[in-house]
Design a protein around this ligand. Sequence first.
Ligand code: NDP
Length: 309
Amino acid sequence: MNSTPSPLAIIGSGPAGLTAAIYAARAKLNPVLFAGIEFGGQLMGTTVVENYPGFPEGVDGPELMQRMIKQAENFGTEIVYQFVRAVDFKSRPFKLKTDESERLAHAVIVAVGSSPRRLGLDAENKFWGRGISTCATCDAAFFKDKTVAVIGGGDSAMEEASFLTRFAKQVYIIHRGDRFRAGPIMQDRVLNHPQVKILWNTQVTDILGDKTVNALKLVDTQTQSESELAVDGMFLAIGHVPNTGFLKDQVELDPKGYIKVFDRSRTSVEGVFVAGDVEDWVYQQAITAAGDGCKAALEAQKWLEKEAH
Ligand code: NDP
């Protein structure tokens, strides 16, 4: 164990964590950032990002993350390529345990994000980022005049489907139930839309294609009859799962497992701050996560300065 506490530890290496690291390192807080075994969060699974300001021609998700990590390192962030498996926020300095080491820190920023819920099909791994997307805002433009399917029946599914009609010629919404969970206003946007067709009581059982998606295998949940639907892409909108399993009993979570925010980036534990999708289930954008990371670093810096006096 490295027994000298770092002023600040950051858990997570998506846009929230890395932006926090850039700000904290420039403020001479010598942050240590736990990046996981791979780094970069959800943008590592996307192709071109066209809505991150400053890149008029777009930028590949992995390249954007490489640039952020380099920027954080340039200012002196120590990057540890290990997963934090457990924390002890009950006493200070805080303890962070990985499989290989244990580190102490006076303040912590948690920026571990959330993961899109998956259907649990093997083919999802094969086509992730190659015809399967979880973000119409990011990827709809790649499906101009194509046919796509949106899976889910909540507000996200309605929003994704509605946005996709601006590009795709045909949008299917595939929902396992016989009514949408989404609010009425959101439903109205798709229910009578000429480009949208809804397949009720339907589950996806397989995803077919060579290099990219070209069909879905479906089953009618009432009759059990099977069919195939030709599509060029599939947008999953079946919810997200915050990556907070290791934080249970350490910091207050809401009933869905997202970290509760008290007063700006502060959590229920003094000295522990939060940024990005692990607390924000509404916007879930790289740029909003980056903004959150900046705010959390400034809050942590202020708090550490106050504690030192
Ligand atoms: P939700 O949890 O609301 O909906 C998830 C949908 O996915 C449900 O219809 C559910 O089906 C379906 N689903 C879940 N698991 C599976 C599965 N394994 N196979 C097939 N279908 C599945 O998630 P959302 O992301 O839509 O919304 C999250 C929150 O964000 C909500 O509170 C929502 O109101 C909010 N939101 C608000 C927006 C707005 O106001 N503009 C926009 C987007 C989100 P079933 O209904 O059968 O359970």
